[in-house]
Design a protein around this ligand. Sequence first.
Ligand SMILES: NC(=O)c1ccc[n+]([C@@H]2O[C@H](COP(=O)([O-])OP(=O)(O)OC[C@H]3O[C@@H](n4cnc5c(N)ncnc54)[C@H](O)[C@@H]3O)[C@@H](O)[C@H]2O)c1
Length: 312
Amino acid sequence: MQNIFINSGKETEVLFDADFVLTDDNLFRIYGPMLPKGTVVMKSGEDNKNLRTVDFIVSQMLAKGVKRSGKVVAFGGGVVGDTLGFAASVYMRGVKWSFVPTSLLAMADSSIGGKTGVNVGFVKNAVGSFSMPDTYIETKYLRTLPSREYQSGMGEIVKTSLLNQDMYDFMQGEFDETEAIKRCVKIKSEIVNKDFMDSGARKALNMGHTVGHAIEMLTGLSHGQSVLIGLRLEMLMMRDYIEHDFFYEAQQYLSSYIKHRVSLRAEDVMRIASSDKKNGDGISVMYASRIGEVKEAVITQDEFLRLFKGAL
Ligand SMILES: NC(=O)c1ccc[n+]([C@@H]2O[C@H](COP(=O)([O-])OP(=O)(O)OC[C@H]3O[C@@H](n4cnc5c(N)ncnc54)[C@H](O)[C@@H]3O)[C@@H](O)[C@H]2O)c1
């Protein structure tokens, strides 16, 4: 079970008690004066979620004399969390870490479940590990989050709402950010507790991600917005297997959160989808056939191309 604290006010103590704190340069510009002296700063952005940054982090940990029993903390969004989490999980064969998520996406999704990893070339999260942090969510940090990033976080929240009828109904009312985060944390934790190593139930959380990751790589759109477009396109690809009324309702619901238009070549998306580590012989497309019911279709590259072209 993961230790998760929401608006507990404990994060300052955790940060100042740490042997090593990592943040990114954007956050450092805003929160530098509030962070412990010696906080290590990585460059922000998905492009820096890579092995070079892991090398940098590990070198800094060594230079600071962090021991295997040391306390290591990530202060940032999903990129800082995924990268520091991976570095911590391999540093001296694994050191415990904590996560103070600062983006909506990290609060509602990436700080839960202990997946860490970095990208290699075009392959997202090509190396990674399972390493559970203690998570300290403080929603006050959202007040400085740029709106583009807020919209990104909404993408994973909307995805989660397709997994649970109560959450879906809640999303039809006036949006309450703290309540939405609490609900996402609960839904994701329940799934992760059933399937920590991602071999069954947890796959549902990958809905929209096969196409979404390709969109993120090809267009540079934010993760959450790419996932939203991915969810919509994957449902269009699988529309023959989705309850008719739900299909139209979900398309409208997803569209209301999509803020960008993208132009995509099916061949490019297929190439990236084929290299996704989740995909073995075929390409995995996860889709909701109704609220709370996620199905997987494993299809060939030719089928993917045909269905994707039909969805565009
Ligand atoms: N491990 C998981 O289970 C999991 C799940 C979903 C997504 N992810 C990963 O998470 C990453 C995306 O995370 P993200 O959307 O948080 O991206 P991010 O970490 O790049 O943060 C987005 C931007 O917002 C800035 N930012 C963050 N918090 C801020 C704040 N409070 N005030 C001002 N600026 C702030 C960051 O500096 C960055 O520029 C992707 O790499 C994705 O693969 C991981």
